[in-house]
Design a protein around this ligand. Structure first.
Ligand code: ATP
Ligand code: MG
Length: 242
């Protein structure tokens, strides 16, 4: 199995006037290609800070980060943006869609930076919407969609550049239980297709979908365990196939 994300002794210090906040103290973790990992932990334990660093939205204060074999810890903002566009799809708790743009336009947006023509962008965006079950909602603006549909548009947008890693920071935080499970089904499909999925969640029943659960506390890894439910199910499935 090949390692896709490897951090060594990552730290992040925020300075606010006289106060310094050690959001991450020392996080060393390695994630294989195709893993499905949930990050949990109390509010303020550093989950989003860590996600932003592994998603190349922010850089660590100390330590090294190797993404797909490449040391990205000391890259410039422009270099980081390039890696991010190629490797990573983001899904946020608040969807982060542009309110005046249609679903299709929101999904097609990342393709503008990738240099596709308008018709190519629309064709690909339509396919991405279809893949999340929203083929007939391309013209709807975000406020003309349900919460679950908005999150699916955001997922389609995250997938449009064919990233190998999906990062989701509390993707079901603003959704009801039933819709949350629908989003989790979608993540299962993406995982089954070989994507690496890393999500943050506060909810134990959402974390149960992941194959590995990492708990952070006070900027440190408190525990890192395989999810016994999924491990057993995956093993039984493998046994059946043999
Ligand atoms: N941009 C920032 N500037 C200063 N301090 C920050 C910044 N972002 C986060 N922090 C601080 O760093 C610590 C970790 O924050 P982080 O957002 O990573 O927590 P979290 O685990 O995601 O929490 P939650 O579950 O509430 O989302 C917190 O104490 C927070 O106040
Ligand atoms: Mg957070």
């Amino acid at each position: 199995m090949s390692i896709i994300i490897e951090t060594h002794d990552i730290s992040k210090v925020y300075r606010m006037g006289a106060e310094t906040i050690n959001a991450l103290k020392s996080v060393s973790i390695s994630i294989n290609k195709g893993e499905y990992v949930a990050f949990m932990g109390p509010s303020g334990s550093g989950k989003s800070t860590f996600m932003n660093i592994i998603g190349c939205l922010d850089t660590p204060t100390g330590g090294t980060y190797i993404l797909n074999g490449q040391d990205v810890s000391n890259m410039t903002d422009n270099e980081l943006a390039e890696v991010r566009n190629k490797e990573i799809g983001f899904v946020f708790q608040t969807f982060n869609l542009l309110p005046r743009q249609s679903s299709l336009e929101n999904v097609a947006l990342p393709l503008i930076y990738a240099g596709y023509s308008k018709s190519e962008r629309e064709e690909r965006a339509q396919k991405a919407l279809e893949s999340v079950g929203l083929g007939t909602r391309g013209k709807h603006k975000p406020n003309e969609l349900s919460g679950g549909q908005r999150q699916r548009v955001a997922i389609a947008r995250a997938l449009i550049n064919d990233p190998s890693i999906i990062l989701a920071d509390e993707p079901t935080g603003n959704l009801d239980t039933k819709t949350s499970y629908e989003i989790m089904e979608l993540f299962e499909n993406l995982h089954a297709k070989g994507n690496t999925i890393i999500m943050v969640t506060h909810e134990e029943d959402i974390a149960r979908y992941a194959h590995r659960i990492v708990r952070l506390r006070d900027g440190l890894v408190e525990s890192d365990t395989l999810n016994p439910d999924v491990t057993t199910a995956a093993r039984m499935q493998a046994e059946q196939q043999h």
